[in-house]
Design a protein around this ligand. Structure first.
Ligand SMILES: Nc1nc2c(ncn2[C@@H]2O[C@H](COP(=O)(O)OP(=O)(O)OP(=O)(O)O)[C@@H](O)[C@H]2O)c(=O)[nH]1
Ligand SMILES: [Mg+2]
Length: 396
């Protein structure tokens, strides 16, 4: 009788976001398990396929299909083994591994104790990790550029620092200046939509995502909890949050939602304030705008519902220091202009313009450079060593 532990499944691809995941199944019962879990498109059992051949098919669990996959049949010292190439989503792979575990297959770690990117310094590892995760072409171009130029630049800086500390400061200051943009390009711009109930926040949110991700209705107070989704806008990853309408309310639950909206807006790089211009202004709208002016660093006012007659006349005091753009979230009119206004302010240029100079792109890197500048302020120091150990980081 076969010992259950002699059958094994190994995840060959690194865990995380990837288009394809590969799981290898081997052991004495592998052909039987492969037939139980995989139906080939041509109908013949996978176990009857000769090694070296590839079969398209569907993975089944308890008779139900759950992913289309390509199975590669291998010769494992005279026994048949199988590579199942499935979609790479974490849940799909977890489910496939659990399915094999149900067939008494032993799970193996393909890369025990190995770092994800062997022989890479800490900063190179950050570049490679970000490359694997980003969904923006511009960020890929930026990271590929940084992979050679940022690392070279820091190495050169280390050599300068060994000889003359004074030349290092302007370079570090420039890196610190640009870090914000690199972080936004790689990690995303955090953009929060706020406004009174029923002003059209969720409609704008859906318009920007090009799908119905949030519920829209005529009823005020539709959105309770905040909802976040990521979207690419002109190459910039944008982490977009829709929030509950801000209003005075005795209801404790509603109040929590209003407070959560304000908290999300405080954390954002920019806030879009959506106002219904087809309604006349009220004292509470005025108070809300005043609060926004005092609280948020950067805001754009979107005067919504331009497809209806306007009944709103905001005082210039309330629109001072804010970009004001008229839109119809329902039809999409003016929404491109609104986003251009936001991006102009936050990015100071197109996303691909960042790919021609060394630039930091994580909060860790930015903090290290801040600390290095403080260290320099305190007098002569071994910045070269700190650059090597703290910013570039050790090779793993
Ligand atoms: N005519 C017109 N109606 C709009 C527009 N944008 C939103 N609406 C309507 O306004 C109503 C409220 O829209 P929502 O997007 O749910 O508003 P909200 O600000 O998210 O509302 P709460 O979640 O309740 O705070 C819905 O009936 C929308 O169809 C627009 O540009 N034009
Ligand atoms: Mg809403």
């Amino acid at each position: 009788m076969t010992s259950p532990s002699s059958n094994r499944a190994v995840l060959l691809t690194p865990p995380g976001v990837g288009a394809i995941g590969v799981v290898r199944l081997g052991g004495p019962d592998a052909p039987k398990i492969a037939d139980a879990c995989f139906r080939t498109a041509i109908g013949s059992p996978l176990s009857a396929t000769i090694p070296g051949q590839v079969r398209l098919g569907v993975i089944h669990e308890a008779g139900e299909p759950f992913d289309e996959a390509v199975a590669v049949v291998l010769d494992d010292n005279g026994q048949k083994a199988f590579d199942f190439c499935t979609h790479g989503g974490v849940r799909v792979l977890e489910r496939l591994l659990a399915l094999f575990a149900n067939h008494c297959v032993n799970m193996r770690d393909a890369h025990p104790q190995r770092p994800a990117f062997p022989f890479a310094s800490l900063i190179e590892e950050e570049i490679l990790t970000a490359l694997a995760e980003t969904k923006s072409q511009e960020a890929v171009r930026f990271l590929c550029y940084q992979r050679t130029h940022l690392v070279d630049h820091l190495e050169q800086l280390t050599c300068f620092a060994e000889q003359d500390l004074t030349v290092v400061r302007p370079f570090l200051e420039k890196l610190l200046d640009n870090a914000k943009l690199g972080i936004r390009l790689v990690q995303g711009i955090r953009l929060t939509i706020v406004g009174p109930p029923n002003s059209g926040k969720s409609t704008l949110f859906n318009q920007l995502l090009s799908r119905d991700a949030a519920i829209v209705s005529q009823q005020a107070g539709t959105t309770r909890d905040w909802v976040t989704h990521e979207v690419l806008i002109s190459g910039w990853p944008v982490i977009l949050t829709d929030t509950a309408g801000t209003h005075e309310t005795p209801d404790a639950l509603e109040n929590k939602a209003v407070q959560a909206a304000a908290a999300m807006a405080c954390k954002a790089d920019a806030v879009i304030i959506v106002i219904d211009r087809s309604e006349p202004e009220t004292p509470s709208l005025d108070a809300f705008l005043e609060f926004c002016q005092k609280t948020y660093a950067y805001q754009v006012i979107a005067l919504n519902k331009t497809d209806k007659p306007s009944r709103l006349a905001l005082s210039s005091e309330r629109t001072a220091n804010a970009n004001v753009v008229s839109i119809s979230a329902r039809t999409g009119t003016g929404v491109d202009e609104l986003m251009s206004a936001v991006l102009r302010k936050l990015s100071s240029g197109p996303a691909n313009a960042l790919s021609d100079s060394p630039c930091l792109f994580t909060s860790r890197q930015r903090e290290v450079v801040k600390q290095l500048l403080l260290t320099l302020d305190r007098g002569p120091t071994n910045v070269d060593n700190l650059l090597r150990t703290e910013l570039i980081g050790p090779i793993r």
